[in-house]
Design a protein around this ligand. Sequence first.
Ligand code: URA
Length: 284
Amino acid sequence: MSARWSDRQQAMLREMGVTLWLPPTPAEVPVPEAAMPEPVPAAVAVPVPVQAPVPSPAPAPAPVRMSRPAAVSTEPDPPSVPRPLAARPSGVAAMDWPALREAVAGCEACGLCRSRRNTVFGVGHEQAQWMIVGEAPGEQEDLRGEPFVGKAGQLLDNMLRAVGLTRAEAGPEQQVYIANVLKCRPPMNRNPEPQEVAQCEPFLKRQVELVAPKLILAMGRFAVQSILQTGEPIGRLRGRVHAYHGVPVVVTYHPAYLLRNPADKSRSWEDLCLAREVLRQAGG
Ligand code: URA
């Protein structure tokens, strides 16, 4: 236990993804020069009565600046030994719901497993006609193990309500299924890394196969770019119908983006209307 952070504070900082550098032990603390003893002059000149020229004493060696020996260690830096990663569970492509849920809960295939509190699998109707795909859990989602429960989630709920949909219990026409591209929270909500997306993608693919939705609404740049395998911005992808493993995909802005850019809510509304039209044409 460190004198600077209580156990509870350390736990909270860890939860926020803040790496703790604990204060060094006294032996490692460099001593400020002001606190060091004054250098002792190597020789003190004593007046000598002049008798005969006396060879001057050898010049005193320059006072040596004293520095405390650093706490030298021959060992490499103390290892913040990360838990070794494991291979993604095999057989994801053939899993049923319980097996898939369990595989996600135990996944240690990328470094996000080290900082997550909970995996965030997905919620909703397992035969929903609409599937919503977001990017990755944030802090609230990580704590609760459920997607879109923070502020962005409230806006998502409002958007869904506007087109007659809900995440609450209902039939497969009204109740959506919500999942993210990543099942674990990136620390400090940083952008997902490509290898994290690659490791997690089979889980989403299997969820899509099991739900077999009539439409996927992909929300936000990362979700859109990951599932459509493109680097194009949302602005260029909106307004048309794409596909993910044979399922029609409509793309729109992420609710968190809309909270910061409310002027784009009207575009998002257009996207929802397009999605509804696609579904209507598909007989939904
Ligand atoms: N943003 C997402 O993309 N997904 C969530 O679950 C929460 C916020």
